[in-house]
Design a protein around this ligand. Structure first.
Ligand SMILES: Nc1ncnc2c1ncn2[C@@H]1O[C@H](COP(=O)(O)OP(=O)(O)OP(=O)(O)O)[C@@H](O)[C@H]1O
Length: 251
């Protein structure tokens, strides 16, 4: 049984079919990449999984339980965390405070109200995983773009989700930042299941194993990076429509 199973998903916005008959499976421990040109339905898929958008029909099970129709905060509590394309950090708080606040989601109220001298173990662990330990007292508002993205991933990790859904985590990053992010995702995927929406083909070639390609709300292709790049339909979709980044067959 897959950790996440999407079956026959259909999403309609004012008569426009954004997602059509989509099946999508992710096994526990996978690091899965989802690509597709603008408007392919990638974010809509994540919105359905997280309870933000209600589909017209279909089924989504997480660990065998139907989650369609559940409220967003209940889905978070089941262990599904997501990042957004826009940032959600508190700029006036430090890196440590942002993580502590995110972690407090799992703590009882008395622990929240008590002033602590040191950060709790889960926060310290995530500071190390994300490479932000040296910036713990830095205000989030002055972080670089990459550091801010790592903080957001950290804010998910302290909530101990089983499944992380990341929406374009390397968009706007420098080459170095992309490399570090890829390594972070590989590290995170050792203990979590991770689904990453990403356009950057170089990043995919470097870090992806299985890639799901969506196009106009449907599953176009799923396979290894090499399979996906060699598929003429995928090339057509990217070369013919997106024109942003050709999917070349070689490397
Ligand atoms: N709330 C909404 N109301 C109406 N149409 C919507 C809504 N949300 C998404 N859409 C439409 O549904 C389609 C799929 O959008 P979605 O954001 O899922 O695409 P995407 O693959 O994530 O694209 P991008 O790479 O541009 O983020 C698009 O045509 C979009 O305009």
């Amino acid at each position: 049984m897959s950790l996440l199973e999407v079956r026959g998903l259909n999403v309609v916005f004012d008569g426009f079919k954004a997602v059509t008959d989509l099946d999508f499976d992710v096994a526990e421990g996978e690091l899965r990449f989802v690509i597709g040109p603008n408007g392919a339905g990638k974010t809509t898929l994540i919105d359905c999984i997280t309870g933000r958008t209600r589909p017209a029909s279909g089924s989504i099970t997480f660990d065998g339980h139907e989650i369609l129709g559940r409220k967003e905060h209940r889905i978070v509590r089941l262990g599904i965390g997501r990042t957004f394309q826009t940032s959600v950090v508190f700029e006036e708080l430090t890196v440590g405070e942002n993580l502590d606040l995110a972690a407090s989601f799992r703590r009882p109220l008395p622990a929240l109200l008590r002033r602590r001298r040191a950060y709790p173990d889960d926060v310290v662990r995530v500071l190390e995983t994300t490479g932000l330990a040296g910036l713990v007292e830095r205000k989030a508002g002055v972080l670089s773009h990459g550091q801010r993205q790592w903080l957001e991933i950290g804010m998910l990790l302290v909530q101990q989700p089983r499944l992380l859904l990341l929406d374009e985590p390397v968009a706007g990053m420098s080459r170095d930042e992309r490399e570090r992010t890829g390594q972070l995702l590989v590290e995170v995927a050792k203990t979590h299941t991770v689904v990453v929406i990403e356009h950057d083909m170089e990043f995919l070639r470097r870090f992806a194993t299985v890639v799901t390609v969506l196009h106009e709300g449907r599953l176009l292709r799923q396979g290894s990076v090499a399979d996906v790049q060699a598929d003429p339909r995928v090339q057509e979709v990217y070369l013919g429509r997106a024109r942003k980044e050709p999917v070349d067959a070689g490397n």
